[in-house]
Design a binder for this molecule. Structure first.
Ligand code: ZN
Length: 409
């Protein structure tokens, strides 16, 4: 049994060596809230230990962010300074490894006007879109979480604070395979398994997927040239990295005008601090024509009404119910964890890497290839022990993909 300190060191080593895969002489840029300080200090040490040239940390604070959303003039919320945009662009030019440490505070923004939040988020996305697209396609990057008191209280509401925090750390370590004898070897084997599944789906190049479950009867057509991917990617300098930890998904793009039927979410979605429960969507020719939720309806509306493309889907992801996160049965109120517990779809932008040549395509070319474009990309979870997914080939053949939520191939 390892001590907490040993586990936290391993968690940092895994991030730097497998997740980010920091290269000798590379710059490293880390964004974290203050709650992640203990973890970030270890990340910095591990990064220099593998030969990082310089490690820069950008700190933020939940309460400062909250105060800004509540009190700043509305115009200021959408006025993104040029120096900030330049900073991100310079980091990409320098091919800095880019890590985001999440310390989720699930209900942080529950009392903030969703319109103010939505316009601020949108302005930031628009201003940094170029740098962000470049970062995703050119550099090695990683998103990973650190436990925080606020997050632990949400996940374990009946425990005293210290116990809740200890339990949440335990979950993070276990779900990121830190509890295994050799976590780094365990990760390589795990990624290998996901890659084999993606390879099979790519060889088959299916025409569509049919989803069948309670409240869900949905056909998702896949565009010509779609690619199934895992979170393991390659930077333009040839560095293999894993963009999210944990990760359990194999994902691709739906055809933007080829989704038909109804779908019901199986887990609540936490969006900007608002919990959206029991999402139901109806789609015709790829467009969301009806939507409902039992709570957080305004937040759902703000997602769907972001722009043209946010009325359509941009991601289709397969996750087996055998995934350790699904097996834990726990709701984490955070997409990084909850999306990996469950098959999911995303409202909004398609992932360019999931369409042949997509990373060099303009928005117009993406649309012409059948992939969606939007300023937003929000995952919602649709997997369960009752979900069956069947693929259909262009020759009409049917292949079971998931049965009762588990891999069937
Ligand atoms: Zn996903």
């Amino acid at each position: 049994m390892r001590s907490f300190d040993e586990n936290l060191d391993l968690y940092a080593r895994l991030a730097i060596q497998v997740g980010l895969n920091v290269q000798k002489g590379q710059r490293v840029f880390i964004r974290s809230s203050l709650q992640g300080a203990e973890y970030v200090r270890r990340l910095v040490r591990e990064a220099y230990a593998v030969g990082a040239y310089d490690v820069h940390v950008d700190w933020s604070d939940d309460k400062v962010n909250l105060t800004r959303y509540q009190m700043a003039p509305t115009e200021a919320l959408t006025d993104v300074p040029q120096w900030l945009v330049q900073k991100y662009e310079t980091l990409v030019e320098q091919r800095a490894a880019h890590m985001t440490v999440l310390a989720p505070t699930p209900d942080l923004y529950k009392d903030v006007d969703p319109q103010r939040l939505a316009s601020a988020t949108r302005a930031m996305r628009e201003a940094t879109k170029h740098a962000n697209d470049d970062r995703v396609s050119k550099t090695n990057w990683l998103g990973m979480a650190t436990a925080s008191a606020e997050w632990a209280a949400k996940v374990y509401p009946n425990e005293i604070p210290e116990q809740a925090l200890a339990l949440l750390w335990n979950d993070l370590f276990q779900l990121c395979r830190i509890d295994q004898e050799d976590p780094i070897a365990a990760w390589r084997a795990h990624i290998g398994d996901l890659t084999r599944r993606a390879d099979f789906l790519n060889r088959q190049a299916f025409k569509s997927l049919h989803y069948d479950g309670p409240g869900t009867d949905l056909v998702i057509e896949l565009p010509k040239g779609h690619r199934w991917s895992t979170a393991e990617m390659t930077s333009d300098t040839g560095t293999r990295y894993v963009a999210n930890m944990p990760t359990e998904e194999t994902f691709s793009v739906p055809k933007r005008n080829g989704v038909h039927g109804t779908v019901r979410a199986t887990l609540p979605l936490n969006y900007n601090g608002v919990t959206i429960r029991n999402i139901r969507l109806e789609l015709h020719d790829g467009e969301i024509v009806n939507y409902a939720a039992d709570s957080g309806h305004e937040a759902l509306r703000s997602i769907i009404e972001t722009d043209e493309g946010s009325r359509r889907l941009g991601e289709v992801a397969l996750v087996s119910q055998d995934s350790p996160i699904a097996q834990s049965g726990r709701l984490f109120y955070n997409t990084l964890y909850d999306e990996n517990a469950s098959c999911h779809l995303a409202i909004g932008a398609a992932i360019p890497a999931c369409i042949a040549g997509g990373q060099e395509m303009s928005d117009e070319e993406m649309l012409a290839a059948g992939a969606n474009c939007s300023m937003t990309h929000v995952d919602f979870m649709i997997g369960s022990d009752e979900l069956d997914v069947t693929a259909e080939g262009f020759d009409g053949s049917k292949v079971p993909i998931l049965r009762k939520g588990r891999w069937a191939f």
